[in-house]
Design a protein around this ligand. Sequence first.
Ligand code: HSE
Length: 284
Amino acid sequence: MRITVRVPATSANLGPGFDCFGLALELCNEVTVDTDAAPGILWEGEGASELPVDGSDLISATMRQVAGDRELPAFSLHAIDRVPLARGLGSSSTAVVAGAAAALGLLGDDPSMQRVFMHAAAIEGHPDNAAPACFGGFTIATPGGLVRRLDPHPDLRPVVLVPEHTRLPTDEARQALPDVVARNDAVFNVAHAALAVEAFTRDPSLLADALHDRLHQDARLQLVPEVREVFEAVRAAGVPVCVSGAGPSLLAFPDDERELPETRSGWRLLSPGLRTSGFEIDVE
Ligand code: HSE
């Protein structure tokens, strides 16, 4: 049996929707497991030289966890990674979703979006990344596991600004956040998150206002001053911008009237387009 899973990159939080909002991007990691090939692990693309080949990687670990007491057949694993690692684009989520879907497929269980999502959200702990990776589009995930997928407005043109030499592990980026927030900051985020739903789905002209946040972005940008500088330059140019996931990448939405300021060296710009569907799985 040969199973190929393609999982999209995701941008979580989207400004005020901390731990809730996510957007799927048309940039996919592709994972193939093959029970007829000699067992082994082969990485290609982003981070290929730094990923382990002893089975301790996140895809293999997820497959074992999803299988639980059931035994998986021996298989070869081949991944083509296009999503930059540890940059706030949901690369871990792609691994967990691919691992969960592949394991369910190998075990003969239905790898439905909902089932894969339940496993991925539980294993990775970030439903705001797992939701768009599974369902595509713009997603709202509650801490209790309820998800709604909405169609993002087709005029949105996401551009991801990836700092080539800066990484920010999610754990570190979370430790920088205060445990308690002021009520006026909580109210600020509730209002802007509500506005962001309208902006992402119906009226992109609201985005520049809607992406403001007081729960996480400032604390995270303080950890990466070179990113903060670019964030401020993009915002000063009137382009809607937010920190992508836990950072350090930025997600911006230029349009015909508001262009991104000139790119600095050390930054990679990706224009992946919106992805309206979630992961895909082929079983042969
Ligand atoms: N919502 C999570 C965070 C996403 O911001 O920490 C992690 O990718």
